[in-house]
Design a protein around this ligand. Structure first.
Ligand code: SF4
Length: 123
């Protein structure tokens, strides 16, 4: 606060900050060039299933908003529901057996991960 409002100084950009900024730009570029990623799609499907359970109403579509403010419709298909349920089973198995999940496929995902300080897979 002091250095922002009372005595502003030029903030030094560290190597980590620079790396994080580059990783974010790369993630944004990848996500915008290929439409919504599968993890976002299945996160949306899971939300739709939770809404159905909570409100007892069918959910047929959801929307993913991109950084350039485009709304991409995603159909909540029976196969997508099965995939979410299978993924939940895998997660429950990992938890019950206290197994470590595989590391993230993309290095950029580790930048903002809350487990970064504890994860042995961070490169
Ligand atoms: S820091 Fe570890 S837990 Fe987090 S995204 Fe990377 S590999 Fe996954």
């Amino acid at each position: 606060m002091y250095f922002t409002y009372v005595c502003p100084v030029q903030k030094k950009v560290t190597r980590k900050m620079q790396y994080g900024q580059e990783a974010h730009l790369e993630l944004d570029r990848l996500e915008n060039s290929q439409g919504p990623s599968l993890n976002h799609k299945y996160q949306l499907i899971a939300y739709a299933m939770l809404l159905e359970d909570t409100y007892n109403k069918p959910v047929r579509y959801g929307f993913i908003y991109t950084n350039n403010e485009k709304a991409i419709p995603v159909e909540v298909t029976p196969n997508a529901r099965v995939y979410v349920k299978e993924t939940l089973e895998k997660i429950r198995l990992l938890v019950s057996k206290e197994l470590i999940p595989n590391k993230a496929g993309e290095k950029g995902k580790c930048v903002d991960c809350e487990y970064r300080n504890f994860c042995g897979d961070v490169r």
